[in-house]
Every structure is written in structure tokens, then in C-alpha cells.
Design a protein around this ligand. Sequence first.
Ligand SMILES: Cc1cc2nc3c(=O)[nH]c(=O)nc-3n(C[C@H](O)[C@H](O)[C@H](O)COP(=O)(O)O)c2cc1C
Length: 334
Amino acid sequence: MGGSGEALAAPVPSVPLDLSVDLGSGLFLRNPILVASGALGYGIEAEDDLAPERIGALVTRGTTLRGRTGNPAPRMARTPAGLLNAIGLHNPGLAAVLERFAEQWARWPLPVILNLAADNVGEFAEMARRLEGVLGIAGVELNLSCPNANRGGTLFALEADSAAAVTTAVRRATALPLLVKLSPAAPDPRAVARAVADSGADAISAVNTLPGLVLAADRSRPALGAAYGGLSGPALRPIALRVVHEIATSVRIPVVAMGGVTTLSDVLDFLAVGAQAVAVGTAAIGDPGLPARLADELEDECQARGLSSHLSLIGTAQGHRPGNPSARGAEYRP
Ligand SMILES: Cc1cc2nc3c(=O)[nH]c(=O)nc-3n(C[C@H](O)[C@H](O)[C@H](O)COP(=O)(O)O)c2cc1C
């Protein structure tokens, strides 16, 4: 170029980049990319591929007060653009999880958020109490897509008052950063989101899986041992985008979005509808290095646009539509 007599292009000044995220109660992420619950277990086996120093946080698989053996196999089945899983909360129980993994998590260069599941409010609170002061636990995420034993098995996440009751009890039990994970099956996710925000949640995770069914090849039975399973992956993404859009315009606390994230474009979509951070679930199962690569790609994208942070990418597609009817309402009528 110099030899042709053209002026040398000025080097693009590299802007100092800050991708950090504040999820509340002292939980800071170095960047907005997380591993979603259940994708990489407790993170230990996948540690080398995961590159914990390059991602925002790891959310663990669901953990219950006492160990559970989980559902009969098969527990996962493929479906076009998605996956159906019915793990049934297979886990060794809270005490064993802490004994086996907490020390290692405390040495890791990223926050580990423990995903908790229970079928009653008291047990959620009891687990939270037992986490006080445990090194290695940076926060808790409540999986409210669990049947509430005191409401005939209706999921906590489907009813604003049930979701609020769990959140209030856990908030009283711990000062740890508290994320509450909502379901895309809620008739009005905005009401549930408002209820958990008003009950002391620091952030909302959205969304969990949606119940589905895949048949065995000969159609003699369901493919999964438990019959129904949770749909995840790209098939879930438009639903997740709608729910995150609804929630992010309804509450002031941060939303951590998930549902079919596979590429940088998906990450940017979720930021555009108002998410402060984005988690990768199904796509990380076969590719544990994907979340770190997406974090790098987001950094490159911000540099290329001359941004000093990702904040200006958040909420660009939100518009201003407060007071819309819920998903049951007029805007969704055919
Ligand atoms: C195999 C598998 C196990 C999961 N286990 C949990 C779990 O224990 N607790 C939970 O809250 N979500 C669990 N999830 C839901 C994910 O965290 C995530 O919300 C959902 O799959 C949507 O994101 P994705 O499409 O990127 O997977 C699980 C998902 C999968 C695929």
C-alpha cells in the first residue's frame, strides 16, 4: 500500500473494553456469558475445555437437599433444532456436592452459582441456609420449574404467589446473590417476574425448558423413560426471546437470558431484548468451549463497533410497551 503512494490507513485505536456485569448483592461477572444449569454438570469434568478464566459464570446442575437417582433412561432425546431431557434431578444431594466440589470452585477464577431444586418452600430455604459462609459458592439460582408439593404439583414458576413465597423464604435465609429462574410455560411471565423481584431476587434467569414429547422410532412408546421431557435448544429460542422481552420490560433487576443460544447472533438478540447476560445450555453439552468462544466473539464485536462496553447493545429492540396484555392477551390472538 505504502509503495502505491496511498496514505497509510490510520490504525484503529483499541478502546479499553469493559464487559463486566453486576448481577446484584456483590455478584460481578467479568463478561455476560454464562454456562446454563445442567449443561456441564458441576463443571469439574469439563474444566479444561471450559476455560473458566474467559467466561462470566458457571451455573451448576440442579441440586436437592437429599440425593436423587433421577428418572429412568433414556433421559435425553434429539428433536429437530432441539433436545428433550428428563434427567429428574439426578444428583448426590447438597452435602455431598459441597464436600466434593466447593473447595475446587473456591480456587476457580470464576463465580459458581449453585442451582437449587425442591418441592416445598421449607426445603429451598433450608438449602440456602446451609450455603451461608461456604467458600466457592458465589450465588444461588432457584429452579422454580419444580412441582410444588403443597399445590398438587403445580410448578412454582407458574404462579406468582408460589414463586414469591419461595423467593421470600430464601431471601430471608441467605445474603448470597439470588437468581430466580422462571418458566416459559407461565401464562404471564411478567407477573411472576414482578413477584420475585418484589420478594428480594437480585436477578431473574429466563427461561427454563418447555415440556415436550418425542416418540421412539417404532412409535410404540415415548422415547424418554419418563415420557415427557424439557425442550431446549434453538427450537426454544423464539419463545425465550419473547419471554425475556416481556420480563425485561417489566422489572428493574437484571435478566440472565437463555434458550437455544448457539452463535454470537443469538447472544446479540437476547441483549437486544433487554438481557444483561446470556447463558449457553444445550449447545455447550457437546462443545464445552463454546461459551468462552462466544465471550471472545462478543469482545471482538464490541471492538469492531468501537464500543467501550456491551451496554449500548442492551434493550435496543425493547421499544416501550408497558402495560401490554400478557401472552394470553390480544396481541397474540390469531
Ligand atoms: C440436559 C439438561 C439439563 C438441565 N438441567 C437443569 C437443571 O438441573 N436446573 C435448571 O434450572 N435448568 C436445567 N436445564 C435447563 C437449562 O439450564 C436451560 O434453561 C434450558 O435448557 C434452555 O437453554 P438452552 O436451550 O441453551 O439449553 C437443563 C437443560 C438441559 C439440556
